[in-house]
Design a protein around this ligand. Structure first.
Ligand SMILES: Nc1ncnc2c1ncn2[C@@H]1O[C@H](COP(=O)(O)OP(=O)(O)O)[C@@H](O)[C@H]1O
Ligand SMILES: [Mg+2]
Length: 162
């Protein structure tokens, strides 16, 4: 349940309906995740929650080939395991990424590419086209000293900031 925050909820819904990717900015505990869950549930939209931190490698976000099976069969599409991003792209879900400013540079670059190209190329697997309902919703603490400057240039152009 969300208490208050009517204006923010309106902006989130408007942004999603306008087919924009979103960036929620605010200090920890200001209700960013709570609002997102409430909106996602009410809209019936599937969503994936991912915690952003320094260990969020591209493989963890996108997906990977089952290492044991690769040894037996080589890189085949049936041993590919979708991560949250691949799944959200295919199924047209919301990908909610917390603390986007804390993720490694290469993971961040990948998200920038997905937002600008609307597709994701995975070596040895192929290209995943973004479903038209796919949306990246990220959140960060703008007063955080970790990585906030790095985010601004790459991401701000491609998202609607709330
Ligand atoms: N507007 C709100 N309505 C109801 N609960 C809230 C609201 N804002 C914050 N909370 C509560 O405060 C806690 C932190 O909120 P959260 O959404 O996780 O913040 P953030 O994602 O911005 O760090 C949660 O337990 C949530 O239930
Ligand atoms: Mg949160």
């Amino acid at each position: 349940m969300v208490i208050g925050r009517g204006r923010e909820i309106e902006l989130v819904i408007a942004g999603l309906m306008a087919k924009r990717h979103l960036l929620l900015e605010g200090p920890p505990g200001t209700g960013k995740s709570t609002i997102l869950r409430a909106v996602a549930q009410a809209s019936g939209h599937g969503f994936q929650f991912v915690e952003g931190n320094a260990e969020l490698t591209p493989a963890r976000l996108v997906g990977h080939f089952d290492p044991a099976q690769v040894l037996e069969t080589g890189y085949r599409s049936d041993i590919w395991i979708d991560g949250p991003l691949a799944r959200a792209l295919r199924e047209g879900e919301l990908l909610y990424l917390e603390e986007i400013n804390r993720i490694p540079e290469e993971t961040l670059n990948l998200l920038v590419t997905v937002m600008s190209e609307g597709e994701l190329t995975i070596p040895r697997l192929g290209c995943i086209q973004a479903h038209r309902e796919f949306r990246l919703v990220s959140a960060m603490n703008p007063f955080d000293s970790v990585g906030t400057a790095r985010i601004s240039g790459a991401i701000y152009d491609r998202v609607c900031r709330i």
